[in-house]
Design a protein. Structure first.
Length: 79
């Protein structure tokens, strides 16, 4: 939510705004929790939204393979 709006997210994702809005609504329905507070002026995360984003970031970072920098450089040099 770095862009602060669904319009910004739409532009970043290169996805139509109605699609982004529908996907957020679908996710909220699936989770049974409101993730965003939408007003005509701004978009903010609810407490549930903050928790969801934090857990998602944690899962994403822990899912990345941890390859030692030296191995990565060695593999590139060999190719």
């Amino acid at each position: 939510m770095d862009g602060g709006s669904l319009s910004a997210a739409s532009r970043t994702l290169r996805t139509p705004l109605p699609t982004v809005s529908r996907r957020v609504s679908d996710l909220e329905a699936h989770l049974g929790a409101q993730l965003l507070v939408r007003t005509s002026r701004k978009l903010t995360l609810t407490e549930a939204g903050e928790t969801f984003v934090a857990r998602g970031a944690s899962l994403t970072s822990s899912a990345r393979p941890s390859v030692p920098r030296e191995a990565s450089i060695t593999n590139r040099a060999a190719n």
